[in-house]
Design a protein around this ligand. Structure first.
Ligand code: FES
Length: 111
């Protein structure tokens, strides 16, 4: 008995993009972080975002009361109580300069 199954031709196979090597910045825009101006933090990141950087907003990072919380996901570097005026420093020193801003690190995860 002959099988009906046919292997797909090369042209039928869709390729998926390889995992991106771009830096991912996660901004919490949940209720607790919004109380401390996370919306402006998000806007400032959006306006100053370097190439190859992805901005992701989430409803909570599980650290309520310490916000606005910002996580540089690819490196697992956490920032807490981020002020909108500090966004430029994070971008310049950490995202572009590859050196986390020690004074702004979330002490719970970076003692
Ligand atoms: S609302 Fe931002 S950490 Fe929970």
């Amino acid at each position: 008995m002959e099988s009906e199954f046919q292997l797909p031709s090369i042209s039928d196979i869709k390729s998926f993009p390889e995992s991106s090597s771009s830096t991912k910045i996660i901004i919490c825009r949940g209720r607790s972080c919004r109380k401390y101006n996370s919306e402006q933090v998000f806007e400032n990141f959006k306006q100053q975002l370097p190439p190859d950087t992805e901005l992701i907003s989430v409803p909570c990072l599980g650290q309520c009361g310490n916000g606005p919380m910002v996580l540089v996901e690819s490196e697992q570097i956490w920032y807490s109580e981020v002020h909108p005026d500090e966004v430029a420093t994070v971008i310049k020193q950490h995202i572009i300069g590859k050196s986390p801003v020690k004074a702004m690190l979330y002490q719970k995860f970076h003692p």
